[in-house]
Design a protein around this ligand. Structure first.
Ligand code: DX5
Ligand code: ZN
Length: 217
């Protein structure tokens, strides 16, 4: 199983000073930053666009893990790749050509990921396990930070990890939503290796302690 990796979620940082959020993560030696893109349709909230990611790119060398919560992600993978995303994840739920969009992300020079909402079974990711760099299991209904972790997602994480081991695949298994120092270890035990943490990182009195704790999971 890959070493645990913390991807702080900028959603919970100061949106008027995103570069400071990136610098904070860098100052603890972290490598990834999670960037939530919401369109007000697929999820009932709005966040950033490609121009924001391009501006952020100038301030950080962190690996930008861009999570597209969009009804039509295929229309936006190119602008986000050009903006400097390192990995682009797209959701399984909307109707579009998932395989072609994953291939397009890769052709644009980025890693690609597939995301499952809480109501979407592991089976939905199965056809893509051989082509993705990451599978993201949402542990809340996406749209907002600060929600409660859903314990009932643990079997889905275990199933994906089992397929990964049985088939000798190397995709990362990421969890996102309500992950903190209490809920993260169960995700780790189920097979997750990449931990998106928003509120429990940027809202922590001592985010460095969170980074140290995750590294020891
Ligand atoms: C939720 C987003 C998450 C969010 C997690 O829709 O995808 O990345 O930032 O925030 P916390 O860690 O506060 O649950
Ligand atoms: Zn996210």
């Amino acid at each position: 199983m890959p070493a645990p990796l913390l991807a702080p979620s900028l959603l919970a940082s100061d949106h008027a000073n995103l570069a400071a959020g990136a610098r904070l993560a860098e100052s603890f030696g972290l490598k990834w930053l999670h960037v939530d893109i919401m369109d007000g349709h697929f999820v009932p909230n709005l966040t950033f666009g490609p121009q924001t990611v391009a501006a952020l790119r100038k301030h950080t060398a962190l690996f930008l893990d861009v999570h597209l919560m969009l009804d039509e992600p295929h229309r936006f993978v190119e602008p986000f790749a050009k903006a400097g995303a390192n990995l682009i994840s797209i959701h399984a739920e909307p109707a579009y050509d998932h395989a072609a969009t994953l291939a397009r992300i890769r052709a644009l020079g980025c890693q690609c990921g597939l995301v499952l909402n809480p109501g979407t079974p592991a089976n939905a990711a199965e056809p893509f396990l051989g082509v993705v760099d990451l599978v993201l299991v949402m542990t809340v209904q996406p749209g907002f930070g600060g929600q409660s972790f859903r314990q009932d997602m643990l079997p889905k994480i275990s199933q994906l990890d089992r397929w990964r081991r049985d088939r000798g695949l190397g995709f990362r298994l990421e969890v996102d939503g309500g992950v903190d120092l209490n809920t993260g270890p169960a995700c780790r035990a189920a097979g997750a290796d990449t931990f998106v943490i928003g509120t429990a990182f940027f809202g922590a009195a001592d985010p460095a302690a969170v980074a140290r704790a995750v590294a020891a999971w």
